[in-house]
Design a protein around this ligand. Structure first.
Ligand code: LLP
Length: 448
């Protein structure tokens, strides 16, 4: 389910007219639907009900405190990758004892902080890290709870930048070495073995790679259960979402449309349940994108239309600094007009009711949707068939709730966008737009 739909030609998020939010908070604006996030969490939780499980939201996907609080209240744990994320989770009132700490390059400071806060497990990515954590925990007279991240060497069939479960990736410890490393860990004075972890990649739209990875690691998990009485097996995150939908045509539902969602939560769970049930162990999941991806949009206004001999550019007020996914991964985001553009009718309807009429003869044209940043990689869509747009039109870049704002930067000295959250018929600002003064606030004049 997602909660973006047209009503009388205007895009709504739950019961809030998206135009109203854009006018109130300005653009570019990230707008999230609380009920979509909670619905996704609940669906996954319900589908897993036959299993002893815990959902640890991968905080990196969207770190806004209001969203962390929503998920905390729903009962989620958290998967973090830095001291900063741990700080945010604590700041949101969540329990560090429900946090797993991932990442290949944890620092001394981060490890100390996580030990002091009492995280549930350090997910360890190398022997060097294991030694380091043992040393730091010894010095503090503590025992660090750990799991090894095991690399199963499976092909996740996703973009190469977000594939993590192949032996050539920097992540995890090779399956063939894992038993030996566990043996070493078991002899370390300040380490306590708590589980096993894997994560094979992100935006995976087939069940097969998940099942293959689980089945490859399962014999090790069973062995560790007997040897070290481990408590959990974390299967990571990675379930893909729909980036194409039928919202543009106004019909259908993202989750049921074949093309737009090749793997549903139920299909995913049906596939992974049998091998997991056989293990008889607590299962942790680390979904990020699945929970928040389709729950967010980036609202932006058309600034200018520019036609060259070869191309028509629609220049918007959001740039690659606000949403870098198209520039970085060549990823697809659907872009829809907030006010539906209809073909002109003989009895012309006034703008704002039933959508606005196209300027041309209701035709679509191939356009590039680009931002104001000084790079040719600053695009949101290339050669995309879209209705006739005009300066001032409000557009929604769909499925921008995950890895959107969190990857935003100040490139070209553009202030970070604002974020707002919708619940029912209410909309609240959950992060103020950055000001120009904030751009230079932390700079210090050299004192030499
Ligand atoms: N667990 C670990 C250890 C991870 O590294 C990740 C994501 C997740 C869980 C959550 O994966 P998800 O369920 O969201 O697929 N910036 C990229 C995605 C990077 C994912 C990094 N790791 C993008 O915009 O597509």
């Amino acid at each position: 389910m997602h909660s973006f739909h047209y009503c009388d030609g205007r895009l709504f998020c739950e019961d809030v007219d998206v135009t109203v939010a854009a006018e109130r908070f300005g653009t570019p604006l990230y707008l999230y639907s609380a009920s979509t996030i909670l619905d996704h969490y609940q669906r996954l939780d319900d589908a897993l009900s036959s299993l002893d499980h815990s959902i640890c939201y991968a905080v990196k996907a969207n770190t806004n405190r209001a969203i962390l609080r929503l998920l905390r209240d729903a009962g989620a744990g958290f998967d973090i990758v830095s001291g900063g994320e741990l700080f945010r989770v604590i700041n949101a009132g969540a329990d560090p004892a429900k946090c797993t700490f991932a990442g290949v390059g944890k620092s001394h400071q981060e490890i100390e902080y996580a030990l002091e806060q009492g995280v549930y497990s350090f997910n360890i990515e190398s022997e060097a890290e294991l030694d380091y954590i043992n040393e730091i925990a010894s010095a503090k007279n503590q025992r660090a709870p750990i799991a090894l991240r095991v690399n199963p060497d499976v092909e996740a069939q996703t973009h190469q930048y977000i594939s993590t479960g192949k032996s050539e990736n920097k992540f995890g410890i090779a399956l063939e070495w894992a038993a030996k490393v566990y043996e070493r860990a078991s002899k370390m004075p300040a380490i306590s073995i708590r589980g096993v972890q894997m994560h094979i990649g992100s935006q995976i739209t087939e069940a097969a790679p998940f099942v293959a990875a689980i089945e490859k690691i399962a014999p090790l998990v069973s062995e560790l259960k007997i040897k070290y009485a481990i408590e959990f097996f974390s299967i990571g995150g990675g379930l893909g979402i729909a980036y194409e939908s039928s919202i543009a045509s106004g019909s259908g539902d993202w989750w049921t449309s074949q093309r737009s969602h090749p793997l549903t939560i139920q299909q995913y769970v049906d596939a992974i349940l049998p091998p997991l049930t056989r293990l008889g162990l607590r299962i942790l999941l680390e979904p990020g994108r699945l929970l928040v991806g389709n729950a967010g949009i980036l609202l932006t206004r058309v600034r200018y239309i520019k036609e060259t001999a070869q191309k028509k550019f629609v220049i918007i007020d959001a740039g690659m600094n606000d949403l870098i996914r198209p520039a970085l991964y060549g990823s697809y985001h659907e872009i829809v007009p907030v006010e539906k553009i209809t073909e002109p009718s003989p009895q012309s309807s006034p703008s704002g009711r039933g959508g606005r009429e196209a300027a041309g003869e209701g035709k679509t044209n191939k356009i590039d949707v680009v931002g104001p940043v000084c790079e040719s990689g600053d695009f949101f869509a290339q050669d995309r068939e879209m209705p006739e747009l005009r300066a001032g039109d409000l557009l929604a870049v769909m499925s921008a709730g995950a890895y959107g704002f969190v990857m935003a930067s100040n490139y070209n000295s553009r202030p970070l966008p604002a974020e707002a959250l919708v619940r029912g018929d209410k909309v609240a600002l959950i992060r103020k737009r950055q000001t120009l003064a904030e751009l230079t606030r932390d700079e210090v004049d050299a004192s030499f």
